[in-house]
Design a protein around this ligand. Sequence first.
Ligand SMILES: Cc1cc2nc3c(=O)[nH]c(=O)nc-3n(C[C@H](O)[C@H](O)[C@H](O)COP(=O)(O)O)c2cc1C
Length: 396
Amino acid sequence: MVDLFESQVLGATVALKSRIVMAPMTRTRTSEDDVPNDLMATYYGQRAGAGLIVTEATDVAPSSKGYALTPGIHTDAQRQGWRLVTDEVHRQGGTIFMQIWHVGRMAHPSLMPDGEAPWGVTEDRAEHSDVFAHGADGRLGFIRAGTPRRLGTDDVSALVGTFAQAFANARQAGFDGVEIHGANGYLFDQFMNSALNTRTDRYGGGHVEDRTRFLMEVVDAAVRELGPGRVGVRLSPFGKYNSMPADPLAEETLLHVCEELGRRSVAYLHLVYQLMPAGNMESSEFKERHIDHAVLARVRAAFPGTIIWCGGFTDRESAQAALDTGLVDLIAFGRPYIANPDLAERLKHGWPPAEADPSTYYTRRGDVGYTDFPACSTAAAHAQADRGGSSRHPMP
Ligand SMILES: Cc1cc2nc3c(=O)[nH]c(=O)nc-3n(C[C@H](O)[C@H](O)[C@H](O)COP(=O)(O)O)c2cc1C
């Protein structure tokens, strides 16, 4: 069995120093025009002890904006801003992939270009889910997602080209690879869900090839730009987050995607291990339920590349127990990375974890709750570990 601290070569291309991944987390700390900055470079650089960092979800285009203050990768300034981040992570000896998304219907006209409607696979609204946008009073906060307009077939094809350009930009910004965000109820997930995708065009829901076509065309674009060893895909099969309806064909879709990614020799498949509920991550449903291991064994058989699980891993023991199943290669930690920049070291030495304050997850308050967590070797870290907090916020 592999050890959590063993190295690995991802996609026969990218060397990782351990099996520990920092999960993608939106932190809304960009400068004007969604440009990454020195503060973000410091934040990611502090966490370069991870085997692999996956960045916060990054907008492929202005139409992808579902959360205020999230970064983009569609302008020169954004590309240059990300260069600060990749240079700092590499200087600290880390490896970093950019997570790229389109939020689809999980948006609001107040964030969209010219106040247009969010883009959807259909006109179905995410009735019970929030986005981080400007409310009627003009203030930023969590408000209900807007009603989407259904994308035309040509719009979807054009988006594939938009993704191709974003991958080129990510490469120029110095990233070691990209992760395509196909999870958590955003645009790719919306297309793949047979209950939501009732379209009848070539991207329509009836056949698995059709409802996964958009994702696969974008994967092909990424592989062309970066090579397969620098491409990963994140999925959250069976999740209900962001008002995703129960999908009777979820497993069929998952296994089809695994085979197609395998055929393309894509580096990794990143699974949100826990079954995401419709609401927030504090519900007992989220804490207790995860993807059936029988399904995960079929995933293992269908996909020959590296598999990552994320969700609910808090210590060395739980991560190692997952690796010991033989069904997974890397373990991603999300919330534990917020307050523990040196998480890998803490796990290795059994040092106590610090707790984050959820009110600082998404905020304009700069370094507070972001870059102000000390490494454990300092006394301040031990004091920090005593300050409590729990996650009550929705998240991307
Ligand atoms: C503040 C915050 C922001 C998040 N942003 C993203 C994101 O941008 N992309 C994504 O795929 N998942 C995002 N997630 C989900 C995490 O990647 C992860 O799946 C989730 O936190 C469960 O893992 P954990 O139990 O280790 O925290 C976010 C989670 C949190 C707490």
